[in-house]
Design a protein around this ligand. Sequence first.
Ligand SMILES: [Zn+2]
Ligand SMILES: [Zn+2]
Length: 204
Amino acid sequence: MHPHPLRCRCGQLRGSVTPSRATQRIVCYCRDCRAFARHLGGDGIVDAQGGIEIVASRPSLLRFDAGLESLACLSLSPRGLLRWVAGCCGTPIGNTPRSPKFAYVGLLHSCLEHDAPPLPQSFGPLRMAVNTGSALAPVRKTAALAAASSGFSLVTTLLGARLGGGWRDNPLFDVDTGTPVCPVQVLTAQERAQAYAAADRAGN
Ligand SMILES: [Zn+2]
Ligand SMILES: [Zn+2]
């Protein structure tokens, strides 16, 4: 498959993700994803039901070609997921677990839509809606969109990559030490409170 371009709004951070059977389009309705998007401003990132489209993938399919120095890493709490962002312009890039041994990255649609083919063309139809219980409005279930009650099942599915040889190929971590390639900034209590308050308000 052809690599699909990854780009922040301002164009400093650029790279690609290669579609494979391990990549699928999902929508996550959890408060954490929404709080992250709202913390960054989040215009046009959250849909009317409070969902965010994500391409679930593996770090080994991800490449950065330019601007890696502008990458920043946030977390909503000291043990929360790592939430990657283009520090140059605040474009959310994706989420990963804290350890590279869990070979998962969820890429937000916001970094996959600039100078790029439509997401269905590269990654196929939407496969799953996760954490629909936290949606801001009822989420209609369609045959193509089997709702799962929790995001964890998806992560478990993708953990097929865990401890397989591929996990060491990860542009977001120094895999020898298990540390992220940039320092993790944990939101302050006040920032966190503001982000979650914004996450509970409707409107995109
Ligand atoms: Zn940028
Ligand atoms: Zn989420």
